[in-house]
Design a protein around this ligand. Structure first.
Ligand SMILES: Nc1ncnc2c1ncn2[C@@H]1O[C@H](COP(=O)(O)OP(=O)(O)OP(=O)(O)O)[C@@H](O)[C@H]1O
Length: 316
């Protein structure tokens, strides 16, 4: 449904997106994550045909992203989406339906169904008098008014209360059942992990990891074992609930702790495996890269070490 190949965007000498390639299947929810300035919004805008790539190509729903025909197959929800505050949700959505030439009766049915699914209350209220969560729901309904195949959601649930956040995330998950393809970008990685089938992690314009969260965990993460003892050992630290715990990364280390506890007259009372969350993987992958970049820069800019002058050898 989406095919991105060698996409690159430069502003003068600065590369915001570098050689980005990925594919997204129909019905998939595909996450784009990365730290501030990683190139996520630039990527989403190139997919939405709002920014022209410097090189490379993006194909969306069978069209080149720059082809205006693609816009009819796309619903784009930008991070900031100002609405016409004096309109009611219904009149606002009808207005957008007209722009897409959706017949009035189809539009009315679609608006009612989408607002029902989003559980939007007070539909006759002026948008300007609505809460932030209600406004976001109206913007989401707008993204669906043309019944698009592809949705691009940039921070759909940012700044919403937990209840509204859950409802927006659940709504996004359900889009999969309608065979919609969703590109989903958010800084809250628990949201990303709970919604997305596959993700890319971007850093400084490049894709630095890709796959399911499990794939990324298998490639970059490390399972650790949290071993609790009923006796104080040099390897253990006190926990906030008054127990003693050691964190180790091999089963041999777990067995060695069991031996040490028994030798000291105690025992291991609990062992828990800990798989890194997407948040931990993200911090590890991007943190490692930034540390690598710092080391490289330091090496490049370090002044050459001055050699002590070589004393001429005394003739024998
Ligand atoms: N029009 C522009 N001119 C110059 N630089 C730009 C322009 N648009 C974006 N950039 C730069 O490109 C880089 C990537 O920006 P982008 O907005 O894509 O990042 P992002 O990953 O979406 O970040 P955030 O999470 O903060 O929204 C940033 O360093 C940004 O300053």
């Amino acid at each position: 449904m989406i095919r991105v190949s060698g996409l690159r965007k430069t502003y003068g000498d600065f590369a915001a997106v570098v050689d980005s390639s990925f594919e997204v299947e129909t019905g998939e929810i595909f996450g784009v994550v990365g730290p501030n300035g990683a190139g996520k919004t630039t990527t989403l805008k190139m997919l939405a045909g709002l920014i022209e790539p410097t090189t490379g190509s993006a194909e969306v729903a069978g069209f080149d992203a720059e082809d205006s025909a693609m816009r009819h197959r796309l619903g784009f929800l930008p991070e900031e989406s100002p609405l016409y505050e004096d309109m009611t949700p219904k009149s606002y959505l009808r207005f957008f339906a007209d722009l897409y030439d959706v017949p009035r009766s189809t539009a009315n049915d679609r608006i009612a169904e989408t607002l029902d699914r989003l559980e939007l209350e007070y539909r006759d209220r002026r948008i300007g008098d609505m809460s932030k969560g209600m406004k976001r729901k109206v913007a989401i309904a707008r993204s669906l008014i043309n019944d698009p195949d592809v949705l691009i959601y940039d921070e759909p649930a940012s700044g919403l209360d937990p209840l509204t956040t859950n409802s927006v995330l659940e709504f996004t998950r359900e889009l999969r059942d309608d065979d919609k393809t969703v590109i989903f970008s958010a800084h809250n990685l628990y949201h990303v992990e709970s919604v997305c089938d596959r993700i890319i992690i971007m850093n400084e314009g490049r894709i630095v990891a890709r796959g399911t969260v499990d794939d990324i965990r298998a490639e970059y993460g490390e399972t650790t074992y949290h071993v609790y003892t009923d006796i104080d050992l040099p390897e253990t630290e006190p926990t906030s609930d008054g127990r003693r715990r050691a964190i180790v990364d091999t089963m041999d280390a777990v067995e060695s702790l069991q031996d040490d506890a028994e030798t000291a007259g105690g025992s291991v009372v609990d062992i828990r495996t800990h798989e890194p969350s997407l948040e931990e993987l993200f911090l590890d992958i991007t943190g490692r890269q930034m540390a690598g970049a710092r080391t490289a820069t330091a090496t490049e800019t370090e002044p050459p070490v001055e050699e002590p002058p070589v004393e001429p050898e005394e003739p024998q």
